[in-house]
Design a binder for this molecule. Structure first.
Ligand code: SF4
Ligand code: SF4
Length: 234
């Protein structure tokens, strides 16, 4: 099934996806739809100039940027689903994460991070965001689940944060504990979702945004900064 894997990946990259991968979620029952064990995971990097501005403060420009990128990801997801269905397979689009997550658990139905780490695109940082070598955490993802026998990437099985604590230092809510992620470690065992949410809601209330927003840890991450440097924005 190399041909279909290459076709889907090529189509996404042609349509300006920044990173594309395939994850096998079946072995560990990680798919939210058990009959769709493979995942096409793809991301679009955020505008580096807007990400650089997060060092000072969240802004309407940042809200506009991630909302726009979410729209592009949703439309790419529909294209992937159509291509898979044209090839005779089933699919289910998991939309980009928005402010409409479960307010009790502060969790999305399916974290794109699960597919991204399994596809080999990056690791989960101490700030609980997916960190990539190419764009740091300045990238948003969507996922399409499928039963197509696509060729998966090699999972990332460890963190590459090392001794870095930049996201912890910059976080006004003290949400990252400083502990490094590894596959299977529960989010709540290394990062305080409630503290992050409360800070992001405080910012939204103060600045008049409809959804919680922060993102300081995105700009602070050295891996993001390398992306900004390459783009001449740091
Ligand atoms: S988004 Fe803001 S509050 Fe949440 S972990 Fe990052 S810096 Fe802390
Ligand atoms: S700022 Fe440092 S510790 Fe935090 S996610 Fe990035 S590399 Fe990891």
């Amino acid at each position: 099934m190399q041909d279909l894997t290459t076709e889907i990946s090529g189509m996404l990259l042609e349509q300006n996806a920044s990173l594309v991968g395939v994850a096998d979620l079946g072995d560990d029952n990680l798919s939210p739809v058990s009959t769709l064990p493979k995942a096409v995971i793809f991301g679009i990097a955020l505008n580096p100039e807007i990400v650089a501005s997060l060092r000072d403060s969240p802004s309407a420009a940042y809200v506009g940027e991630y909302t726009g990128v979410n729209g592009l990801l949703a439309s790419l997801g529909a294209r992937v689903a159509a291509a898979l269905e044209d090839a005779g397979y089933r699919s289910f689009c998991v939309a980009p994460t928005t402010g409409d997550f479960d307010k009790e658990t502060l969790s999305a139905v399916f974290p794109h991070k699960t597919a991204a780490t399994r596809a080999g695109l990056g690791w989960v940082g101490k700030c609980a965001l997916l960190v990539t070598r190419e764009y740091g955490s300045a990238i948003r993802f969507a996922t399409v689940l499928t039963d197509a026998p696509l060729i998966p990437g090699t999972p990332v099985t460890r963190s590459f944060c090392g001794e870095c604590t930049e996201c912890r230092t910059v976080c006004p809510a003290d949400a990252p504990s400083g502990r490094e992620w590894y596959p299977g470690l529960a989010r709540d065992d290394f990062w305080d979702a409630r503290a992050c949410y409360a800070e992001a809601q405080r910012v939204a209330d103060a600045m008049g945004f409809a959804h919680p927003v922060c993102g300081r840890c995105i700009a602070a991450c050295p891996w993001t900064q390398r992306y900004l440097q390459r783009a001449g924005k740091y």
